[in-house]
Design a protein around this ligand. Structure first.
Ligand SMILES: O=C(O)CCC(=O)C(=O)O
Ligand SMILES: [Fe+2]
Length: 372
């Protein structure tokens, strides 16, 4: 089994802190590297139809494509994923309503600064994924797992990133101010949570593990999600090799959790960095959801699955909306390198790590308040 059990969260904190600092160094090295031999110019599209088949061979066929994508690009689109179109359209529409209809004073009332858990409204330039050298233009609304949002009802043992369980920590807008908001979010979140569990079964197959290998690790999973708004560009510019963008929506970064499922509207903006230093636009695919490997899964697979650097630059005169879910396992699990990613010639490169603490230490580096 990959987990080595549950321990008090303080144990292993030092290693997750140094892991967070290592990750920052890794990011800097990726941003300056230009000479890797493996590279890519496009992002694969994986049709999930066969993943829902009762035939294991069919499911393994999809898992093989996932393995190929994760060992090379670290990003792929999924289509035929089963989330109804109207649920997706509705959540993007709610994002628009949140930023346009909710009065500023109500946004302030649920400002992220009131939260110990990075939840609530986050204005532009409040956080920065890499070192605060440029102000990020995005604004966001952040929330996380609640038992009531989980269609399975969970196992009632949810803990936050720091291992505590304080009860409800999400900061929601008042129903009277944004009618239907909680319901619409809840519908999408439930769907995308279940899709993430489905994907984890495919990830297990893709890593030559039993299909239910991760099952007991996602009974109260971490799942931070956001509505993000990128303002229209003041000075729209096409993507160029010169990399001299003044308006950065979200700076270059890797994600922290196991994997991310990202719904984006019809405006491009997401760009991913190929190993030889080219930014590739992850154009929206009709009915598609973007999936990318996060650093926690990269570590867990001993570096076999790639966590790829990406950023967002809105190059259009239209605003852009997106909704990522950062799917993690139960935050109180401690994991060590997956057995199928180890061999005599390839010993573990990473020490055991607590799922929540690792993410917390990464997130804490993105805000200046010093509060977290
Ligand atoms: O908005 C997007 O397209 C990407 C968002 C993202 O990369 C993130 O929130 O980590
Ligand atoms: Fe990201």
């Amino acid at each position: 089994m990959a987990t080595v059990g549950k321990v008090p969260v303080s144990v292993g904190h030092e290693s997750s802190l140094s892991a967070a600092l290592e990750a920052q160094k890794y990011l800097q090295s990726r941003l300056t590297a230009t000479s890797e031999t493996t590279s890519f110019r496009s992002i694969p599209i994986i049709d999930l139809t066969k993943s829902f088949s009762s035939s294991l061979t069919d499911r393994q066929e999809v898992a093989r494509q996932i393995n190929e994508a994760c060992t090379t690009v670290g990003f792929f689109y999924i289509t035929a994923h089963g989330i109804p179109e109207e649920v997706c359209n509705n959540v993007l529409n709610l994002a628009h309503r949140f930023f346009h209809e909710l009065p500023q004073s109500s946004k302030e009332a649920i400002h992220m600064k009131h939260s110990n858990h990075f939840r609530g409204y986050e204005p532009a330039a409040f956080s920065s994924v890499n070192d605060f050298t440029s102000k990020e233009t995005k604004e966001a609304f952040n929330w996380g797992y609640e038992t009531g949002l989980d269609p399975t009802g969970g196992d009632g043992k949810y803990v936050e990133l720091d291992g505590t369980s304080e009860g409800a920590v999400n900061q929601w807008p008042q129903e009277s101010e944004l009618p239907g908001f909680y319901n619409g979010i809840s519908k999408y979140y439930g769907e995308v949570l279940q899709l993430s569990r489905h994907l984890f079964r495919l990830f297990a197959l893709s890593l030559a593990l039993p299909e239910d290998y991760f099952e007991t690790l996602m009974t109260h999973p971490g799942g931070i999600a956001r509505l993000i708004r990128y303002p229209p560009s003041i000075n729209p510019k096409p993507l160029s090799a010169l990399n001299e963008d003044e308006e950065i929506g979200l700076g270059a970064h890797t994600d922290y959790e196991c994997f991310t499922l990202l719904l984006q509207d019809s405006n491009p903006g997401l760009e991913i960095l190929s190993p030889d230093g080219h930014w590739i636009s992850a154009e929206p695919v009709n009915g598609g959801i973007v999936v990318n490997v996060g650093d926690f899964l990269m570590r867990w697979t001993n570096g076999v699955y790639k966590s790829t650097v990406h950023r967002v630059v809105n190059r259009t005169a239209k605003e852009r909306y997106s909704t990522p879910l950062f799917f993690s396992i139960n935050y109180d699990e401690i994991v060590e390198t997956l057995p199928s990613c180890l061999s005599k010639d390839n010993p573990s490169k990473f020490p055991p790590i607590t799922a929540g603490r690792y993410v917390l230490d990464r997130l804490a580096l993105t805000v200046k308040t010093g509060k977290y």
